[in-house]
Design a protein around this ligand. Structure first.
Ligand SMILES: [Zn+2]
Length: 257
């Protein structure tokens, strides 16, 4: 029963995240105006704005202009709902952290889509996630020791994320003679470190590189990539960071936390 509620909350969060994904890059307000069809600008009635359900009932078309509505909207809602249920199961019994991990995961999904669309990660998201990670360190079960120690681990994690990503960016630029990672990626990995510690930040970069490599190989195999086509790294960092909320690769020393 409670999982059904978590799933429903995930759908509603996903619906709001869709708004963020489309309005944040344009600098628009997140609450006004009400949702409109991107094609004909008709305000969408509440009964046509029910997560996933409305999209299916409307046959993926706007009620007014009958132009297609992207499958991305219900996909984001469904993805978020499934992640919320999975996070709830992973952190069952630790309600405050399960809720915090769900909120952070929502921000990570928004970052992934915005970076995918625009090659930019808004500071309000990456730095907001960093601040939230530092603030939540006291209740974070990924850190051990006293409350003071947990804040120290979180801070050290943020520093490590920043340093590891910055170092990789500098080396990448030197090796490939072009920018491989941007400032947005560096701030994002600092945020990941604040949530999951130095080990988490380190893991995140490795897992993200693996995800990116798999995607790159698939693109080449499917002949959909030209060598100079840039691929944003933020979506892979975000996916790896979400993975971290379930499982952190056990590298251990020198990353005991
Ligand atoms: Zn329309």
């Amino acid at each position: 029963m409670i999982e059904f509620l978590v799933f429903w909350l995930g759908l509603i969060a996903g619906s709001f995240m869709n708004v963020c994904i489309h309005r944040l890059p344009e600098g628009g307000s997140l609450v006004r105006p009400r949702s409109r069809c991107p094609k004909c600008k008709t305000t969408i009635a509440w009964y046509d704005n029910v997560p996933v359900v409305s999209w299916v009932l409307l046959g993926a078309k706007c009620r007014k202009c009958r132009k297609p509505i992207s499958a991305r909207y219900p996909a984001v809602e469904l993805l978020t709902a499934l992640l919320y249920v999975a996070l709830w199961r992973r952190w069952e019994g630790d309600v405050p952290f399960a809720a915090a991990a769900c909120a952070a995961t929502g921000v990570l999904v928004v970052i992934a889509y915005i970076d995918w669309d625009t090659f930019l990660i808004p500071d309000v998201l990456s730095l907001g996630l960093l601040a939230a990670g530092l603030a939540a360190a006291g209740i974070n079960p990924l850190f051990s020791g006293s409350v003071g120690m947990r804040y120290a681990w979180s801070f050290l994690g943020a520093l490590t994320g920043f340093a590891v990503c910055w170092g990789t960016a500098v080396m990448g630029e030197w090796a490939f003679k072009k920018e491989a990672m941007g400032g947005g990626d560096i701030k994002l990995l600092a945020a990941v470190g604040a949530w999951t510690g130095a080990l988490g930040a380190f893991d995140c970069l490795i897992v993200a590189s693996m995800f990116g490599a798999i995607y790159g190989v698939w693109l080449i195999a499917a002949k959909r990539l030209k060598r100079q086509d840039p691929i944003p790294f933020g979506p892979f960092l975000s996916a790896a960071a979400i993975f971290n909320f379930f499982y952190i690769l056990p590298f251990g020393f020198p990353f005991e936390q």
